[in-house]
Design a protein around this ligand. Structure first.
Ligand SMILES: NC(=O)c1ccc[n+]([C@@H]2O[C@H](COP(=O)([O-])OP(=O)(O)OC[C@H]3O[C@@H](n4cnc5c(N)ncnc54)[C@H](O)[C@@H]3O)[C@@H](O)[C@H]2O)c1
Length: 387
């Protein structure tokens, strides 16, 4: 019963996603649970080296989480043959260059979405990784959310009959930064720095829709910048050059119509920050991050339009919770464990860079649809696998 060490170069871990989801909730959590149990009794133990620009931030993180190694020299880290995985959660525009260097150094690649800001670059990264014979993966965390795992279970049970439509509501109010600090980094609102809600969120809708409902064949998208001026981390006003809301409709191959509203300028009157309603001939469901409720055909109240009398029906009654029937791990951690097993044991891992490239493609076509004010078809990407 031996411990097998697996060395991971983690870049961008001083950021919001890097620290909270990837370092603390995933790698530190895996280390705290004693690693990943392998068949035969061995244990796989991640050994990260944290890479970034700020010595102070890196030192603070390593001390807080019991990690031994940090560095401000990415090239030196890539040159170390003992660390076989490169992970990237830097700001989006920096990702492609770093991944190219990591592939050239023979590292397996795991990274945040979007993997690039344009489809050609995204596809090039996937093909480059394949040619180099390294393993690769992209974060598709929403698939591992308890609410969406339950929704998948409802779909697989045949509950819906024929699925007709999907409506997604995502968003919350991101403070402008003047009288309350913003909850998101300012680069999110600058197009020239890789910002924009379409680039950020449409890649999530791509894998959610294609994994749960089928291949996306068309897109129509209207973006906008509702809040034209914000205040950054230094208290300086800046012009928002990127879209902060997107109203997008997707056609799915089997006739399902999906519409997603994504906004950082909306106040929440929902149970969760993401809500996905699915309507089918035999039943409907509303899934969020953690919960999923269903209403079947026989539980559907007879709604009658009559504004002259107070509403006689409480429409939230007659919905039932889908039970957990198990425990759910943090979604980022669950996917990390699968990727580490993929590298160590050669187990299958379908969320690869080609899948990441499909997300970039859909975001790019959504932006084009908005610019040209028209529907666009989604061509199949060379080398990609169908979900
Ligand atoms: N999967 C998800 O749900 C999800 C959610 C939010 C963000 N993201 C993605 O994660 C990535 C990071 O987003 P975030 O919100 O954590 O951003 P952030 O601004 O909080 O962190 C960015 C990281 O990149 C580093 N960085 C920025 N500029 C750099 C430079 N010039 N040189 C070296 N390092 C630099 C920062 O130090 C930091 O570690 C983005 O690509 C974003 O799209 C994914």
């Amino acid at each position: 019963m031996a411990t097998q060490r697996i060395g991971i170069i983690m870049n961008g871990v001083t950021g919001r996603m890097g620290t909270n989801q990837h370092l603390v909730r995933s790698i530190v959590a895996i280390r705290s649970q004693g690693g990943i149990a392998l068949p035969g009794g061995d244990t796989l133990m991640p050994d990260p080296i944290l890479v970034g620009r700020s010595e102070h931030k890196l030192r603070t993180l390593t001390e807080a989480y019991g990690i031994e190694r940090w560095s401000t020299d990415l090239d030196a880290c890539l040159a170390d043959a003992e660390d076989t995985i490169y992970f990237d959660a830097q700001t989006t525009t920096r990702r492609a260059e770093a991944i190219r260097a990591a592939i050239q150094a023979g590292k397996h690649i795991y990274c945040e979405k979007p993997i690039a800001t344009d489809t050609a670059t995204a596809l090039e990264l996937a093909q480059m990784a394949d040619r180099a014979g390294v393993k690769h993966g992209v974060v598709q965390d929403k698939l591992f959310l308890p609410g969406l795992l339950k929704l998948k279970r409802v779909i697989d049970s045949g509950f819906f009959g024929r699925i007709l439509s999907v409506r997604g509501e995502f968003g919350y109010w991101v403070f402008e930064g003047d009288w309350q600090t913003a909850q998101r980094p300012s680069w999110n609102y600058r197009k020239e720095e890789g910002g924009g809600i379409i680039v950020d969120m449409v890649c999530h809708w791509q894998y959610v829709l294609s994994n749960l409902f089928g291949r996306i064949t068309g897109v129509s998208c209207l973006g906008t910048t509702h809040i034209p001026e914000r205040v950054d981390e230094q208290g300086q006003s800046y012009a928002s050059t990127a879209d902060d809301a997107a109203y997008s409709t997707f056609e799915i191959e089997n006739g399902i119509i999906a519409h997603f509203n994504s906004s950082w300028a909306v106040r929440v009157y929902r149970d969760e920050l993401l809500s996905i309603q699915v309507d089918g001939t035999h039943g409907s469901a509303v899934a969020g991050l953690r919960e999923c409720k269903v209403q079947s055909r026989v539980n559907t109240p007879r709604a009658i339009w009559n504004p002259d009398v107070p509403n006689p029906i409480n429409f939230r009654e007659n919905w039932m919770d889908v039970p957990d029937n198990g425990t759910f791990e943090n979604g980022f951690k669950a996917q990390w464990e699968l990727f580490l097993r993929h590298v160590a044991l050669d187990e299958p891992f379908r969320w690869n860079l080609y899948e990441g490239a499909k997300g970039v493609q859909l975001a790019e076509l959504a932006l084009q649809s908005w610019a040209e004010r028209r529907w666009l078809d989604i061509p199949q990407l060379a080398g990609s696998r169908e979900a």
